[in-house]
Design a protein around this ligand. Sequence first.
Ligand code: CO
Length: 356
Amino acid sequence: MMNIESIKVLQKELSSLIGVSGYEDDVSDFILKKIEKENLVDKAWKDNLGNILAVKEGTNGNNRILLDAHTDEIGFMISHIENKGFLRFVPIGGWDTRILLGQSVVIRSEPGKIHRGIIGSKPPHLTSLNERKKIVEISDMYIDVGMDSKEEVVKNNIVIGTTGTLFSPFAEFPNNMVRGKAFDDRTGCNVLLHIMKLLKEGAPVKDTLLFNFAVQEEIGGRGAITGAFNLKPTVAIAIENTTAADVPGIKEAEVPAYIGKGPAITVADKSIICSSKVNERLVKNAELDKIPYQIKKPMYGGTDAGKIHISREGVPSSVVSVPCRYIHSPTSLLKLEDILNTIRLIDAFIRNSANI
Ligand code: CO
């Protein structure tokens, strides 16, 4: 079954898990358990880096189609513990430094305990007018977890290397819009899991389907490299979240994608010039099935496809993204229909991927 409700339920579950780059186990274990419990594919396993790889054998097709979505999210790592219990941190992935101050955070200490914190810096009452005009650097911020001493922090298993991210609970907005953290790229994971369900329930597909729920995208597509090498695809699509800057103050020419206009097909970003053959096939399927779609304006961002297309002897690849506002901020906003239409487009593509 695939509908707005099933998409929303899974989006909430995936979004609430914490999986900063390199520490994706909560997310990947959730995904692997789901695949195994629902018996969605022929084979699924966790590789040496932590990727969840999966294979669904085709009937008699020539292609091996890889669908990739990343499990990690941007966050931070504790780099120093002050004697009074305050934590210094370094970013993991590309945060907009301007929005960090005053945010609530969640820190995940082993074995899976969640602690709350607040990002602070020198209070405004104690800063000069000049200081207040400047952007506060991350190195001048700290996390306050309400603990009194370094000893108390360490006793709680918060150590150098412990990771965390900004706190942002899932919520429903009008018009099937939802808000939450880590939509980049739990949304892609949601799409892949729904595609697996459709494969299980629908007619058999000719081509072999390969899946990589990839680790460490946010720090350079590292899981995508080993996943693509292992799975040997002949065609690949990275399923992503992309910036929908359809908000006040942005010129039309500079809006990469729009909310509510369906999946955004990338022609080029900073990491890849997408395969025109794959894109032609995507567009053709969208038009045949009357699925709304949009072409994302170049050259914003980079994705796992940047690594996959130069794997082995080269893999014709593209990127299909769910448009999302406020990406790489504490909270993102997207429209559930855009996820639904992305699933529809990918499902149509894999059932009719000939001549690539
Ligand atoms: Co992403």
